[in-house]
Design a protein around this ligand. Structure first.
Ligand code: G1P
Length: 298
C-alpha cells in the first residue's frame, strides 16, 4: 500500500456568503483567532504525515500564495525589534521550499473539476483532499483518523459525521455497511440527496484519501447537483471497482464557510488557547448571561 504524501486543498471558491469581507480578500484568509482558515487545513495535513500541499486556486487568490511565502522585510523588521517569538512562529509555520504547489481552476465548474485540475501535480499516487472551509477541532485532526483507517484498509477513505436527518441535501451522504476498525464500509454515495432518499445521515465532512484512478473518472464526469462536476459522483463510479471506507470523526468540524460555523470556531479555538482563554471566557459568559437577562425581561 502506497503512503499518502500529497494533499490537495481547493481554494478557488468565491466566498459569497462572506461578502463584503471577501470582496478584496479570499475567504480562506479570514482569521480564526490569529491564523487564516487555510493554515488550520495545512497544519492538519502536516500532522497526518502529508509532505506536499497542492493548492487549487482561482482569480483573486494571490494573497494565499503570498501568505505561504517568506516575507524578508517583515523578518528584518521583527529582528530589528527583537521580536524573537514572532520570528520563531513564522519559521515554524513555513512550508519547506518545493513542498507546496499552486495550480488554477480557470472556471468555477465545481469541486470535482477543482480536484481534477491537480492531476498532473499529484501524479500516480494516492492523495488526500482537505476542504479548508471545514475546520477540524479535536484531540487530533480529522485527516489523521482517515490515515489511520487507510493504513488498515487501503483503497479510498472519506471522513464522516452524522448530520440532522432533515439536512442531507446540504452535503454528500454515504450509505453505511459493515464495521471495519473504527469505521465502516461505504455502500452508496449521493451528493445532496433529499432526506426521503438519503442512504443515511452520515455526511462527508471534507476529508478524503483517494486513489489516482479518480482523475480519469473526473475527466469524464457529467455535471450533477447544482449543475457542477461533483467529486461525490466520480467517487461513486470509482466504488464500482475499488473499496471505499468511512472514518467517523471523533472531534467536531466547524463549517467556516457559514457565518455561524466561523463564529463558533473562533470561540472554540480561543477557549482552547491558554494565552487567550482567560481573556475571553469571563466576558463571553457575561455577554451570554446579560442577553439571557434581557430576553427573560422581554
Ligand atoms: C462539498 C462536497 C460535499 C461535502 C461538503 C462538506 O459540498 O461536495 O459532498 O459534504 O463539501 O462541506 P459543498 O459544501 O461545496 O457544497
Amino acid at each position: 500500500m502506497k503512503p499518502v504524501k500529497k494533499a490537495v486543498i481547493p481554494v478557488a471558491g468565491l466566498g459569497t456568503r462572506f461578502l463584503p469581507a471577501t470582496k478584496a480578500m479570499p475567504k480562506e484568509m479570514l482569521t480564526i483567532v490569529d491564523r487564516p482558515v487555510v493554515q488550520y487545513a495545512v497544519d492538519e495535513a502536516l500532522e497526518a504525515g502529508i509532505e506536499h500541499i497542492v493548492f487549487v486556486t482561482g482569480r483573486n487568490k494571490s494573497a494565499i500564495e503570498d501568505y505561504f511565502d517568506i516575507q524578508p522585510e517583515l523578518v528584518e523588521t521583527l529582528k530589528a525589534s527583537n521580536k524573537t517569538k514572532q520570528i520563531e512562529e513564522l519559521e515554524r509555520l513555513q512550508l519547506r521550499p518545493g513542498a507546496v504547489s499552486f495550480t488554477r481552476q480557470q472556471l468555477p465548474n465545481g469541486l470535482g473539476h477543482a480536484v481534477w485540475c491537480a492531476r498532473d501535480i499529484v501524479g500516480d499516487e494516492p492523495f488526500a483532499i482537505l476542504l479548508p472551509d471545514m475546520v477540524s477541532f479535536g484531540r487530533r485532526g480529522c485527516l489523521a483518523g482517515a490515515v489511520e483507517l487507510y493504513e488498515k484498509t487501503g483503497g479510498n477513505v472519506v471522513t464522516v459525521e452524522e448530520c440532522d436527518p432533515t439536512e442531507t441535501d446540504k452535503y454528500g451522504i454515504v450509505g453505511k455497511g459493515e464495521k471495519v476498525g473504527n469505521g465502516f464500509v461505504i455502500t452508496d454515495m449521493v451528493e445532496k440527496p433529499k432526506p426521503a432518499v438519503a442512504p443515511s445521515n452520515y455526511y462527508i465532512n471534507g476529508r478524503y484519501i483517494l486513489q489516482p484512478e479518480i482523475f480519469e473518472l473526473l475527466g469524464t464526469q457529467q455535471r450533477g447537483a447544482g449543475n457542477e462536476i461533483q467529486l461525490t459522483d466520480a467517487m461513486k463510479r470509482l466504488s464500482d471497482t475499488q473499496a471505499f471506507h468511512a472514518a467517523p470523526f471523533d472531534g467536531q468540524m466547524f463549517d467556516c464557510g457559514a457565518k455561524d460555523g466561523f463564529i463558533k470556531a473562533n470561540v472554540a479555538f480561543a477557549l482552547a488557547r491558554s494565552d487567550i482563554r482567560d481573556l475571553v471566557l469571563g466576558p463571553i459568559e457575561a455577554m451570554v448571561s446579560g442577553q439571557q437577562k434581557r430576553s427573560d425581561a422581554a
